[in-house]
Design a protein around this ligand. Sequence first.
Ligand SMILES: Nc1nc2c(ncn2[C@@H]2O[C@H](COP(=O)(O)OP(=O)(O)OP(=O)(O)O)[C@@H](O)[C@H]2O)c(=O)[nH]1
Ligand SMILES: [Mg+2]
Length: 306
Amino acid sequence: MTEPSITSGEQTHSGFVAIVGKPNVGKSTLLNAFLGTKVAPTSPRPQTTRRGVRGIHTSGDRQIVFVDTPGLHKPKDALGKYMNHEVHSALADVDAVVWVVDLRHPPTDEDQLVARQVRELPKPLFLVGNKTDAAKYPDEAMKLYRALLEGRDADLSDTMLSAQNNPNAVATLREQLLEILPESPFFFPVGPASDQSREQWAAEIIREEAMKKLRDELPYAVATRVNRWTEREDGLQRIEGEIVVEKNAHKGMVIGSGGKQLREIGQAARKQLEVFLDRKVYLGLEVIVIPGWREDVEALRELGYE
Ligand SMILES: Nc1nc2c(ncn2[C@@H]2O[C@H](COP(=O)(O)OP(=O)(O)OP(=O)(O)O)[C@@H](O)[C@H]2O)c(=O)[nH]1
Ligand SMILES: [Mg+2]
């Protein structure tokens, strides 16, 4: 037997793997760890992810397309409904499912909701107990999560890890996922870690920093977009973005007194963009109002939630 090689007309293996779970368990952190780069926004607040972000990992003749999904929750508005829809369509379309749980706590109703969605799926299922670094009773918690899958034995494996600081365990899991991919041509070119446009990616970084800094309901009432991105001859990236809020009253709250808060959001986002682009960045941010955008299907579409 010779080693398989993509240059000799060998069959390639490729498929989609959804990363699902309730909000805030570390799905996007795990996606970024799988890819070794930042593709998806992460934050200490639940419901950070809104769109199904795809991350691409190619190893030899195998390619995994990870689909990061919003945390499954009880939706309160049109945006929430859109987010849950993203989860359901990911579950329907993928070849395997990674269910992430937070081992710092026992399962909640929301975990049960997810368990019901994944238990019966006729696809390989990987239960990932995350945040072992911060969990007091990881083994006991894991047992409780496993119990939610009672009755399911086929195509089930589980592992405990820290998406944040356990790169070896993350790599082992990624190897397992590469093994179960069906024969298929690659879905994406080898190289880029994501299928998002650079504008979408930058808008998500801006939203991440806004979500981290804003308080109360505000993090959920903002959307972001990048309208212009130009490159100067000396390499400087000039990025112009908007923070969209629902009400006039929110505008001032985002900007802060003397513009301090907006400046802080902009600085933090610019720093992240510079690290990942390895270029100097000028980031211009403006705050605009689109009344009630979270309930407005047309506005949602305009903001990229479609
Ligand atoms: N201690 C610890 N914290 C983690 C770990 N993984 C993720 N986190 C933290 O958990 C919080 C949520 O992480 P995310 O990756 O945004 O979670 P998510 O499941 O994508 O959340 P949503 O998109 O809101 O559903 C962040 O503050 C992360 O830094 C981990 O392994 N250990
Ligand atoms: Mg997320």
